[in-house]
Design a protein around this ligand. Structure first.
Ligand code: BG6
Length: 472
């Protein structure tokens, strides 16, 4: 691996911080989200008031990251800490101070900060009053937020991510885009409008960042789950191809080409959807494509797609594929308790595929496994996590060393435990266990898991030593 390869991990601050309404923070969509449990999961949701109290423990948590030897750490600036309502005239200085302190501390420890500008943290007021990114005014508020954050952190932060998992905005519109689907809007219309509006938001962020700091490195980011055809029937291959374009490639296609791809224009025209995309916006999107430095993605799992033999109408068929709720499973892979199938070589496939398609440096900014874990005598033997990482790191090394993919770094998910996107503490991802339960906050003490020492060794050996031979 390259000597400057960015080994580290990533966190979504809104899921870890707590610090509920402290220091001027406003409510955000994650705080107010009404959670729909993942398939087959008994609801056990925590509120977000304390989460894993990263707000008050961030230095201790960064010390642990430094002990693991992180070269880079990705975190998110919680939007509602900076603009509590979203449409505020001036940013909250205490919020900016907090993240500047965090960046300073990271730099002091020799860790490169990678900063996400929106990660499930849109001010709730922007959802209630404007309906989030379905409303173009919210794009202006977002650009203003980006301006405040980048102005404060410029020169200290090199790597920026404009929008966490931008491609998921149409699927979890409340959490990812702060928007509810109006009763008279079809799923396809929601998909089309949010795809365009979030692409504009991304482009506006690129414009702001490069204007303030020409040396900054900017990445677009998607939640990547490649869809394989369930069988080798041509119907299933066409279905998977359509799903991949719409679900995975669309945002990167727009970000890199600076225009809407033909397959998307065809999608909206066939459905008579009137998308609002004026000449100025087209220009902003075009200009941003020339300034984009890298492409980032999360990878947890792959998916499978098949066609629907009983649907003849092609538009109906495409919509069924795009919004498929059948929960199809790949017969070749096992899954964690939440049904997320483990496909390590799918990471290599994703890297090859995205690099071939875009020829831009890639950055893995999330990869990990959620496990229900218990602390016993101060220890957590998470060999299952180690095994997951061993396989995924082997796979990315093949992509880099054998297939020639240009990869900037690998950020595991996650340094510490936090609440899942469904507000579960039971689904833990950290290298560090945080002692709290579903309904009892206990003492919130930090305990390095076995994987902590394993990952330390991986980073020290630059990815060479993956063996699970830790004396814990
Ligand atoms: C990604 C998000 O979708 O997956 C994270 O960027 C999230 O915020 C992660 O935590 C894992 O998903 P979940 O639902 O298990 O928390």
């Amino acid at each position: 691996m390259k000597k400057d390869f960015l080994w580290g991990a990533a966190l979504s601050n809104v899921q870890a911080e707590g610090g509920y309404l402290e220091d001027g923070k406003g409510l955000n969509v994650y705080d107010t989200l009404v959670v729909t449990p993942e398939k087959g999961i008994v609801p056990m949701f925590c509120d977000t008031k304390v989460a894993t109290d990263h707000y008050h423990h961030y230095k201790e948590d960064i010390d642990l990251m430094a002990e693991m030897g992180f070269k880079a750490y990705r975190f998110s600036v919680v939007w509602s800490r900076i603009h509590p309502q979203g449409d505020d005239e001036v940013p909250n200085q205490k919020g900016l101070d907090y993240y500047e302190d965090m960046v300073d501390y990271l730099l002091e420890k020799g860790i490169e900060p990678v900063v996400s500008l929106v990660h499930f943290d849109m001010p709730d007021h922007l959802l209630r009053k404007y309906n989030g990114f379905l409303n173009k005014q919210v794009i202006d508020f977002y650009a203003k937020h980006v301006e405040a954050v980048v102005s404060r952190l410029q020169g200290k932060v090199k790597y920026w991510l404009t929008y966490n998992e931008i491609n998921l905005a149409p699927y979890q519109s409340d959490l990812v885009a702060g928007a509810y689907r109006p009763d008279d809007m079809s799923l396809a219309e929601l998909f089309a409008h949010l795809s365009v509006n979030t692409a504009i938001a991304h482009a506006r962020a690129v414009e702001v960042i490069k204007r303030i700091d020409a040396k900054a490195w900017i990445g677009g980011m998607i939640g990547h789950a490649p869809f394989y055809p369930l069988t080798c029937r041509s119907e299933d291959i066409i279905a998977a191809d359509f799903k991949n374009k719409m679900h995975n490639y669309l945002p990167f296609d727009i970000m890199t080409s600076g225009q809407l791809p033909e397959y998307f224009i065809n999608f909206v025209e066939k459905r008579n959807i009137d998308i609002l995309f004026n000449e100025d916006e087209k220009q902003v999107v075009k200009d941003a494509s020339e300034k984009l430095d890298y492409l980032a993605f999360s990878y947890y799992r792959s998916g499978v797609q098949s066609s629907f033999d009983d649907i003849e109408d092609l538009i109906e068929l495409e919509d069924a594929i795009l919004f498929d709720q059948r929960g199809l499973k790949n017969p070749h892979y096992t899954a964690n308790e939440w049904g997320w199938q483990i496909d390590a070589e799918g990471l290599r496939y994703s890297l090859i595929d995205l690099y071939d398609r875009y020829h831009k440096p890639l950055f893995i900014v999330e990869n990990g496994i959620g496990i229900d874990e218990k602390l016993v005598d101060g220890k957590v033997y998470d060999d299952e996590r180690i095994s997951y990482y061993q396989k995924h790191i082997t796979s990315l090394k093949r992509a880099v060393e054998h297939d020639g993919v240009d990869l900037l770094g690998y950020l595991a998910w996650s340094p510490i435990d936090f609440l899942s996107s469904h507000k579960e503490i039971r689904k833990r991802y950290g290298f560090v266990y945080i002692n709290r339960d579903f309904d009892d906050l206990l003492d919130l003490k930090r305990y390095p898991k076995k994987s902590f020492y394993w990952y330390q060794k991986v980073i020290k050996s630059d990815g060479e030593d993956l063996e699970n031979n830790i004396d814990y």
